[in-house]
Design a protein around this ligand. Structure first.
Ligand code: UT7
Length: 352
């Protein structure tokens, strides 16, 4: 199952992992006090019981810097050639968030750019970061998935306010061999822009400009047609995961862990079931963090690694789906990482 040979003979190898969650925890009970919802409804329909929410004034780059710092420490390096930030909630629409994150991490001079693929951003980011390495453009890349959905979700919108949480997760990739644990690939990436309206922030871009007084305030909020998105999420992630297995000449039985974008527990279980994967191989932390957009896969990886529910050498299949519509999947053999700092245990060190 190693990645396909690249023209350079190099592969991209995951060698560091870090995550960060803002300390404030919002439980279902707290949401039920201000929205027409209940803990029972949220748990049954989504599997979520709490999420972390950024403080007012805390921006995506603040979370990204913390996760990035932990990933660099986990990799034992303070030197990368490129910083990639996958996010739907950049600090500003211009410039990108990555250069600021890079300079705050002491990586001034590194190439830095954002990836905008909504909840598929981390998998698109992995493919981009890996390509920089296999093309010989970079030897080490810091990839961060970070989102503060609380800044774009209408707090009065009970459907979306219950799902989303804020957070950041990061990995460091380095050049290495395709047969090493940590080598990433094969990849399947795709999109279908005819589904643009299913997930959208209507105003603020060049289509519906943010001239004062023009936009309906509601248009500045995240909008999602939940039921349709649910169906697409299941079918697209399943199809993409299957395409990746076919590409790598693998069977689902060869996969030890499925790490899907943490959208909704019902979606994750359906994907595992449709793939024919036993539920115990599903990696999930949606219960404690909600849907954290581009941060969800690295947060799930960090959670599983620190709780030792993934072991070095295990074969993992990552799969994601998001607005666009976009989707993507990737194979990875879990590496032995010397340390992973958990979000609330900054001094702590845990070997995976
Ligand atoms: O990350 C990118 C991809 N995003 C996703 O994958 C999210 C996909 N969608 C979902 O996860 C689900 O569609 C939701 C969690 C958003 C909604 O769950 P659902 O089971 O699809 O509910 P629904 O929208 O069909 O609504 C069922 C009922 C409705 O009431 P009526 O019309 O049956 O009377 C809603 O108004 O539940 C109502 N409802 C709620 N009730 C209590 C919707 N939200 C809530 C709520 N609390 N928070």
């Amino acid at each position: 199952m190693p990645p396909p040979p690249s023209p350079s003979g190099r592969a991209a190898v995951l060698c560091g992992l870090g995550s960060w969650l803002p300390p404030r925890v919002v439980t279902n009970e707290e949401l039920s006090r201000r929205l027409d919802t209940s803990d029972a409804w949220i748990r049954t329909r989504t599997g979520i019981s709490r999420r972390h929410i950024a403080e007012p004034g805390q921006a995506t780059s603040d979370l990204a810097v913390e996760a990035g710092r932990r990933a660099l420490r986990s990799a034992g390096t303070d030197d990368v050639d490129a910083v990639v930030v996958a996010t739907t909630t950049p600090d500003r629409s211009c410039p990108a968030t990555a250069p600021l994150v890079a300079s705050r991490l002491g990586l001034r001079g590194a190439a830095a750019f954002d990836i905008s693929a909504v909840c598929t951003g981390f998998v698109y980011g992995l493919a981009s970061a890996a390509s920089l390495i296999t093309a010989g453009v970079a030897t080490r890349v810091l990839l961060i998935g970070a989102d503060t959905y609380s800044t774009i979700v209408d707090p009065h919108d009970r459907t979306n306010a219950i799902i989303f949480g804020d957070g950041a997760g990061a990995v460091v990739l380095r050049g290495g061999r395709a047969d090493e644990p940590g080598a990433v690939g094969h990849f399947d990436l795709g999109s279908d822009g005819t589904g643009e309206e299913l997930i959208m922030v209507a105003a603020g871009g060049s289509r519906q400009r943010s001239t004062p007084g023009e936009a309906d305030p509601q248009d500045r909020y995240f909008a999602m047609r939940g039921k349709e998105v649910f169906r697409h999420a299941v079918t697209r992630m399943t199809a993409s995961a299957q395409a990746t297995l076919t590409m790598a000449d693998c069977k689902v039985e060869d996969i030890d862990r499925l790490v899907p974008h943490q959208a909704n527990l019902r979606i994750l279980r359906s994907v595992a079931e449709d793939l024919g994967l036993p539920p115990e191989r599903l990696v999930t932390n949606v219960e404690s963090v909600g849907n954290t957009g581009a941060a969800s896969i690295p947060l799930a990886l960090a959670d599983a690694a620190t709780r030792h529910t993934v072991q070095p050498g295990e074969r993992m299949l990552l799969t994601a789906f998001g607005g666009g519509l976009t989707w993507g999947s990737c194979l990875l053999t879990w590496p032995a990482l010397s340390r992973i700092d958990t979000p609330h245990n900054t001094g702590g060190t845990q070997a995976s």
